[in-house]
Design a protein around this ligand. Structure first.
Ligand SMILES: CC(C)CCNC(=O)Cn1cc(-c2ccc3c(-c4nc5ccccc5[nH]4)n[nH]c3c2)cn1
Length: 262
């Protein structure tokens, strides 16, 4: 591939590294998202290893709720990623627009994210960075997990990864720097479900030291407008003890999911 194989369309956004464009592949007419990252950015951020691992992970994923990485190429200045185009953009933007989602819609999103996470966990991949910004929307409310930048193969990443960005989604075991496993994604799913229904994450505070404390204490207040079934599921996901968190296999049978799937 070369950049000339693509007709450049609108700029879709600036990821943490690089710029993303909506493009059309000239031969097939196929619409994709082309992510352009400058080599010097990758080198200066010392993320070559992480970058290679992300490509390995994402290129081997085949699931309707995981964003596809179709291929990649580079020239003297940049590295280019040919990614699946999600027609409706970031879930985060939709959430900001309508502040919070109704329960039927949220239930369908949570069902799809859980199905993507189950698929990743079967391949011993932990996503570790689940948040509305990393979930893209396609037609018919289909969601796509994106940005496997923090994914690791199950035996957790020995190196203490300094977590950049929000702390809101970290589970107690990571906040307390204990060992962690796939159950960190189950916790994050609970945080995501709360944020989509309520409009803000459960342990949010302007001081991150307070957020840490609230997470470690599982200081959870669920507003009364959240239904009993939804409250029950949130509490089953946001359990302090990772072993006690609901298993993703059992999630599709929870009343809040089955009630809304009709
Ligand atoms: C190191 C490398 C392997 C990273 C691989 N992972 C990524 O690049 C994750 N990533 C995906 C994107 C991305 C961003 C936006 C979109 C979009 C998209 N569609 C839109 C529609 C309307 C408005 C905005 C949109 N963005 N489709 N596909 C995308 C893909 C950005 N970073």
């Amino acid at each position: 591939w070369t950049p000339e194989d693509f007709e450049m369309g609108k700029k879709l956004g600036k990821g943490k590294f690089g710029r993303v464009y909506c493009v059309r592949e000239k031969q097939s007419g196929y619409i994709c998202a082309l992510k352009v990252m400058s080599k010097e950015e990758i080198v200066s951020y010392k993320v070559e290893k992480q970058f290679v691992r992300e490509i390995e992970i994402q290129a081997n994923l085949r699931h309707s709720n995981c964003l596809r990485l179709y291929g990649w190429f580079y020239d003297d200045k940049n590295v280019y990623l040919i990614l699946e185009y999600a027609a409706k953009g970031e879930l985060y933007q939709q959430l900001k627009k309508c502040q919070r989602f109704d329960e039927a819609r949220t239930s369908y999103y949570i069902y799809q994210v859980a199905s993507a996470l189950s698929y990743l966990h079967k391949k011993h991949i932990i996503h570790r960075d689940l948040k509305p910004e990393n979930i893209l929307m396609h037609f018919h409310n289909q969601v796509k997990l994106s940005d496997f930048g923090w994914s690791v193969y199950a035996p957790q990443d020995r190196r203490r990864t300094t977590m950049c960005g929000t702390l809101d989604y970290l589970p107690p075991e990571m906040v307390e720097a204990k060992s962690h496993n796939e159950k960190v994604d189950v916790w994050a799913l609970g945080v995501l479900m709360y944020e989509l229904l309520v409009g803000k994450p459960p342990f949010e505070d302007e001081h991150s030291s307070i957020t840490y404390k609230r997470i470690a204490k599982v200081d959870l207040q669920i507003p009364h407008f959240v239904s009993t079934d939804a409250t029950d599921l949130i509490k089953k996901l946001l359990r302090y003890d990772p072993a006690k968190r609901l298993s993703l296999q059992d999630l599709p049978n929870h009343p809040w999911i089955t009630r809304n799937r009709s």
